[in-house]
Design a protein around this ligand. Structure first.
Ligand code: PA5
Length: 429
């Protein structure tokens, strides 16, 4: 099974009819593809992977090799779309406690002084390098963090050596980061103008840090390329990404205002953060939009589970499952059986986790009347993950247009920034 999508309790109870969507899906698909003709539209990600320049991939690999060979820690400095996809891939593929001596830290995504001072303290004893990622080049959280990191590097190594420990990903030709990188001689990679942050994980935004984490970016790109072919079809019956977008739209129309992305693995929590950003920043606007949230089971079955089962019927779930775990753990037999677990002794944890999942879907979908969409993939590796990320992006774009909003802008995000700048006394605000 390489990519399966099923709709538990969606069709049978609520009369979902794909025919109601087929024509609009075709029109929106044509619109998306035609938007590629104008570089001012933000659909550069649609076929980025299949057109990626090999020289760019090689230069990313070269930079990653240099960093891995000369430093022991990488600080990924960015916020929102400039770091969430990266973190999602690295944590999903390498796990939360990787044995790799080359460490990856995330910074530039908060203004919290406690987090900041702890990370700076930690870095004092590390031989670290930095990838600073910002499309605009002016995001406050990222700029502040980058200034602090440069200060440490420059006082430790001097300006020339510090410059070797820094690479940037930004828009070419504009913004403070590009200007600084050019002036200071930092290696710089392009984030194309026609790709927004939350759709940018397939560009150097994701590829550079992911390669630094020792992950095979050729396979990651190949997963995206495969997904481009798979989720390109205007025929709803042949396109899982569009089917998913239609189901979301349908359920939202039936009063299910909240979607929970459910995973059964803590290493997918960063993916959930990316996913929430993708859908909510894209489609929550004009006083409407499905609110996409997430939950990690079985952990949250002991907290949120109560509400999902018995609370207000505004939630539906999308359960993301990877069928083959990378490693498994057997529950040992114990002679005394004081904990009464011998009935599952010698069983793999993946088996128990799966039974928990089956039991939960049944409880929520059948007893709790919570519609469940299930997405099943066979393995969680860089290839499959690339495929899933592209699937999500394509579904998100379709869902936005079905809802009647532009999924590629984020006007609401600017308002807090303006207020903050005004309060901080920034010139011009
Ligand atoms: O998806 C988006 O567009 C945003 O989340 C941005 O990525 C985020 O605000 C960071 O912006 P920038 O890359 O300009 O620093």
């Amino acid at each position: 099974m390489s990519f399966e999508l099923s709709f538990e309790n969606v069709k049978k109870e609520l009369n979902f009819n794909p025919k109601d969507y087929e024509k609009r899906v075709k029109e929106i698909n044509a619109l998306l593809e035609s938007e590629r003709e104008n570089p001012k539209n933000f659909v550069g990600w649609l076929h980025y992977a299949s057109h990626i320049n090999q020289n760019l991939v090689d230069s990313i690999k070269k930079q990653a090799k240099y960093f891995r060979e000369n430093y022991d820690t990488l600080v990924v400095c960015g916020i929102g779309g400039s770091y969430l996809g990266t973190r999602a891939v690295i944590e999903a593929v390498n796990g939360l406690f990787p044995k790799d001596p080359f460490k990856i830290l995330y910074f530039g995504q908060t203004l919290d002084p406690n987090y900041t001072s702890q990370i700076l303290d930690y870095l004092q004893d590390r031989n670290f390098c930095v990838v600073c990622i910002s499309k605009s080049g002016t995001t406050t959280e990222t700029s502040v963090a980058f200034r602090l990191l440069r200060n440490i590097l420059e006082s430790k190594l001097g300006k020339r050596e510090a410059a070797k420990a820094i690479a940037c990903v930004t828009s070419i030709g504009k913004g403070a980061l590009y200007k600084m990188a050019t002036q200071e001689g930092y290696n710089t990679f392009e984030l194309p103008d026609n790709i927004g942050g939350r759709y940018s994980v397939i560009t150097p935004v994701g590829l550079l840090p992911i390669a630094c984490a020792g992950i095979d970016i050729d396979r990651f790109i190949a997963g995206f390329v495969r997904a481009e072919e798979k989720f390109n079809s205007p025929e709803l019956s042949q396109n899982y990404a569009y089917q998913y977008a239609c189901e979301q739209n349908f359920l939202y129309g039936k009063g299910y205002d909240i979607e929970l992305l459910i995973t059964y693995e803590p290493r997918l929590q960063a993916l959930a953060e990316w996913y929430k950003q993708l859908f909510d920043e894209s489609n929550g606007k004009d006083q409407k939009g499905l609110l996409v949230m997430s939950s990690t089971f079985t952990t949250d079955l002991h907290s949120l589970g109560q509400y999902i089962q018995d609370g207000k019927k505004v939630i539906f779930e999308t359960v993301l499952l990877f069928n083959k775990p990378k490693v498994d753990v057997k529950i040992p037999w114990n002679e005394e059986d004081l904990d009464e677990l011998n009935y599952i002794a010698d069983k793999e944890l993946s088996y128990v986790n799966r039974k928990a999942c089956e039991g939960t879907i049944n409880a929520h979908a059948n007893d709790g009347n919570v519609p469940n969409i299930v997405i099943e993939l066979d393995t969680l590796d860089e290839y499959k993950f690339g495929e899933f990320l592209y699937f999500s992006m394509r579904a998100c774009a379709m869902a936005g247009y079905l809802e009647g909003v532009n999924p590629f802008n984020q006007p609401g995000v600017e308002i807090y920034k303006k207020n903050m700048f005004k309060l901080l006394g920034k010139k011009g605000y």
